[in-house]
Ligand binder design. Structure first.
Ligand code: NAD
Length: 493
């Protein structure tokens, strides 16, 4: 049965569905970057409120800025913007829910003016973002916004015809300011340390280049809460679609699959109101820093620890990597001995229990989280997920073999062929230059670590780090992943 409004009443009883009249709700949130994660996280928290008869002003209008988003827009439009959340846990009865929180979907390439108007509309009070870690055009080591990128230059030269998130937000805020309309909150839900601050810095840097008065107005009036977001959401596969159809009879062009766990800790700084998300489990706080450091370094960092070594060994899913005793021991040791000693106390969290839960979540066999997904965009992820731990180790003189092995494995992975001789694509906007550096015959280590936009200055300046990196890379090349893991772990005893 095709998923749409008309067929909602015929869904099997075990499938939850919207309990509210979708025609009666207003769109107070515009969300840019409607991928899997938004649909499994923020939209679900909002749906929970809508189902309780709350948040009637806060349904969501999705937005896609890239041509790749057309497929999602068309899939959702063909089913009245309904979609299924298909929870996959290691339980017999995972939750299946049809979600109605997204009510519309605009594509920038169908006409920037319509999107600017939507953003400038007084009804829009929050603009949320999941535009990936690399979407903020910010140099990780310096924190500087990169205004030289061609798309940023384009938006500065054509303010009415923007292409990037910064061009759209700035033009909409300019119109709100002129019309005397309160601004919206800009809420990043991407996995980056201080995501609100990074979004603020990028938007203000862009606005400054356009109009100083506007820059000052944004700086004084727009809020950018930091948030820690968590729910493992793999890419939806055809196997997931067929499994859903078989189990429920629902034909959904693009369901979203996710683990049962979900968490959101966010700073309570919203300049134009917000839904009462605290009623459905969202934790509001004054300072999200300890939570985000814990989550990004332990969860996302450990994903990096399993991803490149796992890919080289030929594993395709996270649970396979966790079933590999050697690899799962490496991951847990990395959590315990490398990440944990550098974490601040996290209010209300027992770190040992948190790490146990992570191992359980990574081991979820039902969800089939793709190693290839974890490996993608390493040049944006590693500086946020792993390099802060490495820098802490360099600064404190701590032992850093395991952390360095993660980076050496990435370098080896970038050659595009695993240890069984199978090739795979490198998914990263910087793939060409990364692969070139990783495949050099001469002065490989110097050139690779010289990738300043990834490693910055301080890391390659550490002679002990460079020596260990060289050793780990040589071992991976000469002895392979298993022997390197064995040596690395044995040295720790
Ligand atoms: P996805 O590939 O399904 O969707 C990514 C979306 O971002 C797409 O709509 C894409 O068009 C958009 N996008 C990418 N680069 C952009 C840019 N420069 N400007 C504007 N839009 C851009 O990925 P996803 O699983 O939804 O994850 C998105 C982000 O959410 C991640 O990068 C991460 O920061 C965060 N997140 C994901 C998970 C997860 O498990 N998937 C968990 C926590 C946080």
């Amino acid at each position: 049965m095709k998923l749409n409004t008309q067929n909602l009443s015929q869904l099997p009883e075990r499938v939850q569905r919207p309990l509210y009249d979708r025609k009666q709700v207003q769109q107070g949130i515009v969300h840019i970057g409607v991928g899997g994660f938004h649909r499994a996280h923020q939209a679900i928290y909002t749906e929970m409120l809508l189902n309780r008869g709350k948040a009637g002003e806060w349904s969501i209008c999705g937005v896609g800025l890239r041509s790749e988003d057309r497929a999602m827009q068309e899939a959702l439009a063909s089913q009245d913007y309904l979609y299924t959340l298909y929870e996959l846990g290691d339980s017999d009865n995972p939750q299946i829910q049809v979600v109605g929180a997204i009510g519309d979907f605009l594509l920038a390439e169908d006409g920037p003016e319509a999107l600017i108007r939507k953003l400038a509309d007084p009804q829009t009070r929050i603009v949320s973002l999941t535009i990936t870690e690399g979407g903020y055009c910010t140099d990780d080591s310096s924190g500087q916004f990169n205004a030289d990128l061609p798309q940023i230059r384009h938006d500065l030269a054509n303010p009415q015809q923007p292409k990037t998130v910064f061009g759209f937000l700035t033009e909409a805020l300019a119109r709100r300011r002129t019309a005397g309309i309160k601004p919206f909150t800009v809420m990043s839900c991407d996995n980056l340390p201080h995501n609100g601050q990074v979004a603020r810095n990028a938007l203000l840097s862009f606005a400054k280049l356009r109009d100083l008065g506007l820059h000052d107005w944004i700086a004084g009036n727009v809020s950018f809460p930091n948030a820690m977001v968590d729910r493992i959401t793999p890419m939806t596969s055809d196997a997931h679609r067929s499994q859903l159809l078989e189990e429920t009879g629902i034909e959904d062009a693009w369901p979203v699959v996710a683990e049962p766990f979900l968490q959101w800790v966010v700073e309570d700084r919203f300049c134009n109101g917000r839904p009462s998300w605290e009623e459905v489990g969202v934790q509001f706080t004054d300072d999200v820093t300890p939570y985000e450091e814990m989550k990004i370094r332990l969860l996302n960092g450990s994903h990096m620890a399993m991803a490149y070594l796992g890919a080289l060994l030929g594993h395709r899913y996270a649970h396979e990597a966790m079933q590999d005793a050697q690899l799962s021991e490496f991951v847990r040791t990395y959590m315990d001995r490398d990440v944990t000693p550098l974490l601040a106390e996290v209010p209300g969290i027992d770190l040992e229990h948190y790490k146990d839960t992570l191992i359980e979540r990574f081991s979820n066999t039902a969800i089939c989280d793709q190693i290839s997904r974890l490996c993608s965009d390493g040049s944006s992820k590693l500086p946020k997920f792993v390099l802060p731990t490495l820098l802490g180790q360099i600064e404190s003189g701590a032992e850093m073999r395991r952390t360095t092995l993660i980076l050496a494995a990435w370098c080896r992975y970038l050659r595009g062929v695993d240890e069984r001789g199978e090739s795979y694509p490198i998914v990263d906007p910087r793939a060409a230059s990364l692969q070139e550096a990783a495949c050099l015959k001469a002065r490989l280590v110097e050139n690779f670590l010289g990738l300043e936009d990834v490693f910055g200055h301080r890391i390659p300046a550490s002679a002990p780090f460079v020596a260990i990196f060289r050793l780990q890379l040589e071992r991976l090349q000469a002895l392979g992943v298993r022997a390197t893991l064995e040596l690395t772990m044995a040295e720790e005893v």
